[in-house]
Every structure is written in C-alpha cells, then in structure tokens.
Write a protein that binds this ligand. Sequence first.
Ligand SMILES: *Cc1c(COP(=O)(O)O)cnc(C)c1O
Length: 362
Amino acid sequence: MKFEHIPHQNPVPAAEREKVIADPGFGKVFTDHMVMIDYDEGHDGEFGGWHDATLGPCQPIPLHPASSVLHYAQEIFEGLKAYKLADGGMALFRPDANARRFNESAKRLAMPELPEDVFIDSVKRVVEADADWFPTVEGGSLYIRPFMFANEHFLGVRPATKYKFLVILSPAGNYFKSGSPAVSVWISEYTRAAPGGTGAAKCGGNYAASLVPTGEAFAHGHDQVVFLDAAERKWIEELGGMNLFFVFEDGSIITPPLRGTILPGITRDSIITLAREQGLDVREEMYSIDQWRDDAASGKLVETFACGTAAVVTAVGKVAGRDGEFTIGSGGPGQMTSQLRERLVGIQRGTVEDKHGWVVRL
Ligand SMILES: *Cc1c(COP(=O)(O)O)cnc(C)c1O
C-alpha cells in the first residue's frame, strides 16, 4: 500500500523526549507519528475499501458526534511491542499473529478485514519513524497500539460502512505500578465474557465492562482482577488483560482452553510452545477456583503466572476474594515462571535462539 508521508511541523523537543523515555510509565505519552488508513464500503482500490494511507503527526482526529463508534462501540485493537535486540537493533515479536488476530476480532465485530501485510507494514513504518522514542530505561520497549473503529455518521443499528485504522506508539517501562516481582489478584464476582459473546475478540467493549471489577480489585489492595466463567462461576478464565498458567509439583502445566470466552494470547501460545519444546506436559484444560485453592493449600500447585504482551510473564503470589485469601508457593516468583520468562525475553532480545522465526528485525 502507498503511504503519503505528512511532515511533522512541531515534534516533541529532544530534551522533553529524553526525559519521557528515561521514565515512561505505561501508556501515558505518545510519540510524534501515527499511521491512519480509511475504509469506505464500495471503494474500489488496490486494497478494496482501504485507501488514503498516511504516516503523519500523531494528533487529535475530528469525529462527528454521530460517529457510530461513539454509540455502538464497534472498535477493536491490538497490542504489541518493539524490542531492543542485544546487538542494538530493533525487532517486533510475531506481528503476523497480531495481524491475524486483528482480523478475527474484526469478523466478530462485523468490521472489514485489513490485509495482514498492510497491518505489518503500518506497524513497521510508525516504529521506524519514531525509533528515537525507544526508552532508555532497563526493560523498556515501544508499545504499539493498532486499532480500528467505525466512523460512519449514522444512528441506525447495523455495521458501519466507514472505518478508520490507526497505529499509535507509546514508550513503555514496567506495566505494573508496583513493579513487584509477584502480583496479588482479586477474584471478581463480575464476569468478563459469556459463551457466544465477544470474549475472544480484542475489543474495547470487553474492557469497558472490566473497569468496575478491576477498580474493585484495586480498592481491595490487589494488582489485578481474575475472572471466572459466566455460566458456572467456577472455572478460571483469565485476568483483566492476561492469560493464566498453573504449574504443578510434578512439572506439568495447565492453562484454560480457548472456548471463546478468553482472549487467545500470543504470549500464551508462545509459552505453550516453549514449555512443550522442553518436554513439559502442558494441558489446555479447565481448572476451577476450588481446585486452585485446594492445590495451593496442599502444595500440589507450586506456581501460577499470568502472561501478556504488556507485562510479559508475571508471577501471581496471592489470590483473594470474598471467601478469604491464599498464597501460592512462597508468594514470590517460582522457578518455572522465571525460567519461562527468561527464555521468552531471551528470544525477544535475540540472546536465545529463535527456532520459530518469531522475531522480525526492523
Ligand atoms: C491482549 C489480551 C491478552 C494477552 O494477549 P497477548 O497477545 O499475549 O498480548 C490476554 N487477555 C486479554 C483480555 C487481552 O486483551
């Protein structure tokens, strides 16, 4: 796809940028550029309805008050990172998987698909344009947020005929505010996704519904919320934005199966692949909250960790809910959690062999 490059009239001054990238936090500051591509139904170009791709200044975009996303929440997004390789180069991790999942989400939300190569090309362009925004802080990365929303001015309830796809970037340090080595989680009585709903799609609506339960977790002094399944309120599904893994004394691992109510995480898939490669028994199996508590108490369960692009792999040390709380293992990160995290981060940073072609150098 041809991109028009719109020059930036006043990028952030270097001194200010340096200050930001030394301590970026998460999602607070955005870089100078963004990609934007428009979609109109019936548009007959090289990429069908997609047209007018631009790489330009990251700035507010005007929206008509009747823009359909503001009323019926037709919106999807992705999240990936650009990493610094040990040799100083920059790389993306499995961007093709994000492009594929983006289109799966698009289908569920009745939105047009974007050719995978256009998705990846867009990501590469904006990262290359703003490479000097790469954080200088240890463990930093450039967090990439591609998203699409319905932008037709129309209040009838049906899929829109106009959309915008954008990619913005935010320098990122450590995802969890506390930066603690193990997080504490709160079992919510709210549910995130029902069977047949949008739980497997990465859409804004799922997050809107998770804000109250997440706020409740914070109010009780925890870092994250754990959701149980909506039908039986029994099976563990995932955290607000991360998938869960349970590690047992005998070295076997369980992670909840993809039944349409959890997000098919790319980190989840990578961890399953790495663990199986080293001969571990990884089962995609339902695991109940009662079993979790019992196994933690008996010592059969030795570790629990959460994973996702933003925080990579994070140990869960404490679990709490209305019925009380329990500790997992020592309450800190276990051996398997640390070892899998190190292998994954090693692959992402180019210090561990990338057997699967996951790392895409920029
Ligand atoms: C994005 C996301 C994840 C993690 O997916 P990754 O591809 O590993 O980043 C997990 N759960 C939810 C609800 C998510 O939105």
